[in-house]
Ligand binder design. Structure first.
Ligand code: NAP
Length: 462
């Protein structure tokens, strides 16, 4: 729920309620994210977003003390709220930045959980900062948080950006509260060659300007890249990394964990790793659906690929995570025709089945409501099918390695096209014939032998 300040003045909470204060507040993932976290702990609580103009912050905080159990703050209130609070946690005070307030014993106490979200992102990837040479791009709010954690953990930090005076100001602020910290600034031309970790805290590369990157190449010793951006989930900076040498992470886990830690502060919520991972996957699903609309102007996701490539299994999971309905084209045809695919082939032959495919794929693609559509292995061989699918859907190729396809098909008995003496030779022949067509028609391609990875990569490919 998004409320104006005036609406918040008359708002009557129905149960324990938390809120995000910001100005302006466009699309924010916070209410959905907190709702998912409340669900994970079984907490019966609401989370609302309130547009609070800067001059109304003191009034809004006074109202929040009466009506709410805790609040989050975003731009432009993180610093301005500090003089209005009764107590401030030492790290939030060092950073002059509070993003979480808990109301306890008639006191308003400020914390910064962005630090915890960033720290847990690195921890998840097994990254130790002690003694590492770290390059930080940017010197704004997110940069300050990331810099503070790096310095507390004993890294040598180099802050860079388009305005060196502002970078110097952040360094001075940090060195004042962390005496002896190894913090330096550098222009983009003087980045040390032996940097090991790169952190992006600028909006460069964020949707819709996804081709922008704060660097043109990574120093050759870089083994980890963290980008605070989460739309897109794979940024231009992350794409510079060689996946064999360099791990990468986008900012979505940081976002999830800063919210989880706010709930820990508010009511001592404890989250198992699996619960956070599950919420993270759902957030990737929501992000994929948002990008499907915003970037591609589509409403459906269609999965193509050879038979046995995992389209049905992956499609079902992608549908659950994006909240879109799932349709398996083969099962849909069977339900409409009242016959199994082998029966249709046996009674009417392949051309008849292909005509049915065209009829139903056109029908499904024209639906107002989007879906995740798992196509048959041969559906995209007809150009008119591809045209119908792409009118409303993004076509993603599951480029499953051939050995995995063979394994997946080894127990399959309902594939009329493979009913030949030498099933393996026929599978290879068909695969080699169809593969160039899949490559040509697909908008995006996902390749991994592991099913668990394919679902996440499919969402991130959007
Ligand atoms: P901010 O306080 O406004 O700082 C932005 C920084 O980026 C400043 O150093 C700014 O430098 C620099 N910058 C902006 N436009 C630039 C450009 N065109 N070229 C070079 N530098 C540019 O913003 P913030 O709150 O730190 O957010 C920064 C990024 O982190 C955003 O993408 C935000 O979405 C993300 N973020 C993610 C999380 C998370 O949980 N994952 C949390 C917070 C923020 P100038 O001052 O010179 O413009």
């Amino acid at each position: 729920m998004l409320l104006s300040f005036e609406e918040f003045q008359t708002f009557e909470p129905q149960r324990e309620t938390y809120a995000l204060f910001g100005y302006p507040l466009g699309h924010t993932m916070s209410p959905d994210l907190h709702a998912a976290l409340f669900a994970a702990t079984g907490r019966d609580a609401d989370y609302i977003a309130v547009t609070v103009p800067p001059e109304k912050l003191a009034d809004a905080l006074a109202l929040a003390r009466e009506k709410l159990t805790g609040i989050n703050l975003t731009i432009p209130h993180k610093k301005a709220v500090i003089p209005l609070l009764d107590e401030v946690d030492p790290s939030a005070a060092d950073l002059h930045s509070v993003n979480t307030v808990a109301f306890r014993d008639c006191k308003a106490i400020g914390f910064n959980t962005d630090i915890l979200g960033f720290a847990e992102s690195l921890e998840k990837d097994g990254i130790s900062l002690r003694g590492k040479k770290v390059l930080l791009l940017g010197y704004g709010g997110a940069a300050a948080v990331m810099a503070y954690h790096c310095l507390c953990e004993g890294a040598s930090l180099y802050i860079s950006g388009r305005n060196l005076e502002k970078a110097d100001a952040l360094r001075d602020q940090l060195v004042e509260v962390l005496p002896g910290a190894k913090c330096f600034t550098c222009t983009r031309r003087r980045i040390p060659r032996d940097i090991q970790i790169v952190l992006n805290a600028t909006p460069l590369g964020m949707f819709p300007h996804e081709d922008k990157s704060p660097l043109y190449f990574l120093p050759h010793k870089v083994s980890y890249v963290f980008d605070a951006i989460y739309n897109p989930p794979v940024t231009a900076l992350m794409k510079l990394a060689n996946p064999k040498r360099t791990k990468t992470r986008d900012g979505l886990f940081m976002l999830v964990m800063q919210a989880a830690r706010a709930q820990t502060i508010w009511y001592d919520a404890q989250f198992a790793d699996a619960a956070c991972d599950s919420i993270l996957r759902r957030m990737y699903g929501q992000m994929a659906r948002k990008r499907l609309h915003d970037k591609y102007h589509k409403r459906s996701i269609a999965l193509c690929g050879f038979m046995g490539s995992g389209k049905t299994t992956v499609g079902r999971k992608v549908a659950r995570l994006t909240g879109l309905p799932f349709i398996d084209l083969d099962r849909y045809i069977e339900a409409q025709e009242g016959m199994t695919i082998p029966e249709i082939f046996a009674q009417h032959g392949e051309p008849y089945f292909r005509d049915l495919e065209t009829k139903y794929v056109t029908e499904i693609s024209a639906r107002e409501e989007g879906c995740v559509l798992s196509l048959g292995g041969g559906t995209v061989l007809r150009p008119e099918n591809v045209e119908a699918i792409k009118r409303t859907g993004l076509l993603i190729l599951l480029d499953t390695p051939f050995f995995r396809i063979v394994k997946n098909l080894s127990h399959s008995t309902n594939r009329p096209l493979l009913e030949k003496e030498d099933k393996l030779a026929e599978t290879r022949r068909l695969y080699q014939m169809r593969k160039p067509i899949y490559d040509q028609v697909a908008d995006c391609r996902v390749r991994s032998p592991r099913l668990g990875e394919v679902v996440e990569r499919t969402l991130k490919s959007i």
